[in-house]
Unconditional design. Structure first.
Length: 285
């Protein structure tokens, strides 16, 4: 009987071998198993955040569009803010100014040609000065609450939520808001003393500080640093918006002041839009 053994069958096409053997390398970039080509820089939701496209026309048109959609609440908020300011001023007027003006104090030249003054000067007195100082503090806090509330509602609009008057008057994170405003104010004041221009530059660089406090809940110092970095990295865009916002406000003021009821909301929402875009955050259509 013959010892002939049949030859082993040839390997399958492509040299696949058994299930456990690795396949041979295919042509570069080919085959279903090859790695996909690299995508464009910055792609993917998980990649590092980059500033999204921004242009001044879109910022203005966005502010105008959102003003039209939220006109009633925005005008109501403006009226409520005005009434609140009038109430504080009225308290100061009737409690301090009128009593201080009730005086028989007078000055005149006497027969010897000397200028002399006599009578009760009325005056504020210590208590009046304390009350006046307290009213200034109240007005400052009121202004900070309103400022932060307007920013909060403008950011809400950019996130697809409606503007609400009630949201403007919320005492939310007010401590950081007040400290941030004080630091920015002091820095601007010192810079203004140092030949004016440094104050203007500091105010410009910190223009988004309260946005970071309200939106990201940053501490005052971190919010100021974040604003400086954001402006520094987008100097051209922020300068353009700064100037355009100034022109819009000027036009609104020229129209007998009534135009500010439109100009201020447009600027506010446009600034929130600019902040969101430059910081790489999505903006609701």
């Amino acid at each position: 009987m013959s010892n002939y053994q049949p030859p082993a069958p040839p390997p399958p096409p492509g040299g696949g071998g058994g299930y456990g053997a690795p396949p041979p390398a295919g042509p570069p970039g080919g085959g279903y198993g090859g790695p996909p080509p690299a995508g464009p820089p910055g792609g993917g939701f998980g990649g590092p955040g980059q500033a999204q496209p921004w242009d001044v026309g879109s910022a203005v048109s966005y502010g105008w569009s959102k003003f039209q959609q939220n006109m009633g609440q925005m005008i109501l908020a403006a009226l409520a803010i005005f009434v609140g300011a009038v109430v504080i001023y009225a308290i100061a007027f009737f409690a301090i100014i009128i009593p201080a003006g009730d005086s028989d104090y007078s000055c005149r030249f006497n027969s010897a040609g000397e200028y002399v003054c006599s009578g009760d000067s009325g005056g504020l007195g210590i208590i009046g000065l304390i009350v006046l100082a307290l009213l200034y503090v109240v007005f400052f806090i009121y202004a900070q609450v309103i400022g932060a509330g307007l920013i909060r509602e403008a950011l809400a609009v950019t996130e697809g939520r409606p503007f609400t008057t009630a949201g403007v008057f919320k005492f939310q994170n007010i401590g950081n808001v007040i400290v941030t405003s004080l630091l920015v104010g002091v820095g601007t004041f010192i810079g203004t003393i140092l030949c004016v221009l440094p104050g203007i530059i500091f105010a410009f660089m910190t223009m988004f500080s309260l946005f970071f406090v309200v939106d990201k809940n940053l501490s005052p110092v971190d919010a100021i640093k974040a604003s400086i970095d954001l402006v520094k990295n987008n100097v051209g865009s922020t300068i353009i918006w700064y100037l355009v916002a100034y022109v819009i406000a000027l036009v609104g003021a020229v129209l007998c002041g009534i135009g500010l009821l439109v100009a201020i909301p447009v600027i506010l929402v446009g600034t929130a839009y600019t902040y969101k875009k430059l910081s790489g955050q999505p903006v609701a259509p």
